[in-house]
Write a protein that binds this ligand. Structure first.
Ligand SMILES: [Zn+2]
Length: 513
């Protein structure tokens, strides 16, 4: 488990707004140990200084990644990411892709740009290669970086259409309309099977959100169900995306995640000039009674303080999405809960929607000014009162283990994605637009995922960690985490010495001069 506390504490967003501004993951605000007295029982594991976790291979050349994940089949609408080496300056450069030997051989060109919340520099080609009329077999795909870049060729194997795995051949998009929501999902998936019994649950989440926030949704909430894990399993933008699969290795509880994202959806409609990220996420966590699960927020924040994991409010406000994910959300949720308990929801809400941008761009300074106006209180004074409240809280010893293992578990999820399920890795997730997929009739990008025996083994272990953690079986959870650590260490080593068999992950190879 220790490995997962050593991993980079970089931008971690369970529910980042799709297409939101891209924070620089290198400017990570990290939780630094404080001089807080440590609890006597059990001995907590302090978070060591985080280290960087560069993506494998990136410094060695261009990396090509194809979508959908896994083997490609005749009929696929293929998307291509050409990922730049980190050392290359790519401004005003582009990539041209051609398929050798075909009449319609030109797949076009695309400029390099920042992709995902991690801002990875790459040229992205969405559904650029229609393979419907091709024969199965090998194709030579030529990549040219222009101007003056390398030119190289990759071999792409198209398998016969009849080999496309179930449920995809018969799968299509389907929509269910509820009073609250328009739910889009793919037939033949776990969600499609469970949808009759999930409709009440989904409607209930929306009604709860309306009741808590005192406002109706102005429209039906558009929801796209992802039949695989992407990121931490939830995204909110102009529509909501949530993962639903029987083999969900990121511990998502559908009701919990939907409730959280619906809060964001309505919160955005309610508006405010500047809604600081710490309060946006804090409000969603507080009103949902927890982050990934129901949890006592203020006692868990008290644990963070005792562990030396508490992040000062100025730092957390200014760098919320670049702070350690689970700590930031727990602390933000506890802070909102503390303020609502002290001032009442209406006073908090009036303050929250009345925060104005500060010239410096610092959200902490904007918060400070609004706090003084509404509560005659500086951010420093609020923090003193908040911490005093946390120090007063008696802590159940089990809570230390639960908080420590929760952080370690999600670090393990992210490390697994980074190495073995890269389309799901939150910083650079492959999340095509749901509406466009429905218009084009494309389902493969969401249905296919890496499914080597190693993928399945580690996902099973992650599911076990979550199950044991929720049951309070901390020793068993830690044991499974240790096994995951050993497996991922080996993968990382093989990446580093260049012998890793990428198999179905679809890292095709490296371009070179
Ligand atoms: Zn959120």
């Amino acid at each position: 488990m220790r490995r997962f506390l050593l991993l980079a504490f970089i931008v971690l967003i369970a529910c980042q707004a799709v297409g939101s501004p891209v924070p620089d993951p290198t400017n990570t605000a990290r939780p630094s140990p404080t001089n807080s007295p440590l609890p006597t029982q059990p001995a907590p594991t302090p978070i060591p200084t985080p280290t960087s976790t560069p993506l494998p291979l990136l410094d060695e050349g261009y990396l090509v990644r194809l979508h959908p994940d896994g083997p490609l089949y005749v009929g696929d609408q293929v998307s291509i990411e050409v990922i730049s080496p980190e050392s290359e300056e790519q401004e005003d450069r582009n990539v041209l892709i051609q398929v050798t030997g075909l009449t319609a051989n030109d797949l076009g060109s695309s400029k390099f740009g920042a992709h995902g919340i991690g801002g990875r520099i790459q040229a992205t080609f969405n559904w650029v290669w229609d393979t419907s009329d091709l024969q199965a077999g090998e194709y030579q795909v030529k990549f040219s970086v222009q101007p003056a870049g390398p030119v190289w060729t990759e071999t792409v194997n198209l398998l016969p259409k009849v080999e496309v795995p179930s449920p995809e051949p018969a799968a299509d998009w389907e929509t269910v309309i509820l009073d609250c929501c328009e739910i889009n999902f793919i037939t033949g998936t776990d969600f499609a099977e469970d949808v009759p019994e999930l409709m009440d649950l989904i409607q209930a989440q929306a009604e709860s959100v309306v009741s808590l926030m005192g406002k109706e949704f102005g429209e039906r909430i558009p929801i796209t169900i992802l039949p695989r894990v992407l990121g931490h399993g939830g995204f909110a933008g102009s529509e909501i995306y949530v993962s639903y699969t029987d083999s969900n290795y990121a511990g998502n509880d559908l009701a919990q995640v939907l409730h959280h994202e619906m809060i964001h959806f309505l919160d955005r409609q309610l508006g405010g000039e500047l809604r600081p990220s710490i309060l946006v996420e804090g409000l969603a966590v507080h009103l949902s009674g927890g982050h990934f699960k129901k949890e006592p927020l203020i006692p868990r924040a008290a644990v963070l303080l005792e562990l030396g994991w508490y992040i000062p409010l100025t730092d957390l406000s200014n760098s919320f999405y670049t702070s350690q994910h689970e700590i930031g959300y727990m602390e933000g949720g506890a802070l909102v809960e503390f303020m609502v308990n002290r001032y009442g929801y209406n006073a908090f809400n009036a303050f929250y929607r009345d925060i104005e941008e500060h010239d410096s761009g610092d959200q902490s300074k904007a918060l400070d000014l609004a706090l003084q106006e509404h509560f005659d209180l500086s951010l420093t004074q609020l923090e003193e009162q908040f911490k005093s409240e946390l120090y007063r809280r008696p802590i159940n010893p089990d809570m230390y283990e639960d908080v420590i293992l929760t952080v370690a578990y999600y670090e393990a999820v992210r490390e697994y994605q980074r190495l073995l399920d890269p389309s799901a890795y939150f910083l650079t997730a492959w999340l095509p637009d749901g509406e466009e997929m429905r218009q084009r009739g494309i389902v493969a990008d969401f249905l296919r995922r890496p499914s080597t025996p190693l993928n399945l083994e580690i996902e099973e272990l992650l599911i076990e960690v979550d199950r044991e953690l929720r049951a309070g079986n901390y020793l068993a959870a830690e044991k499974a985490l240790d096994q995951i650590e050993r497996e991922l260490d080996q993968v990382q080593d093989e990446f580093l010495i260049g012998t890793y068999e990428v198999g179905e992950v679809q890292i095709l190879g490296l371009g070179s001069d």
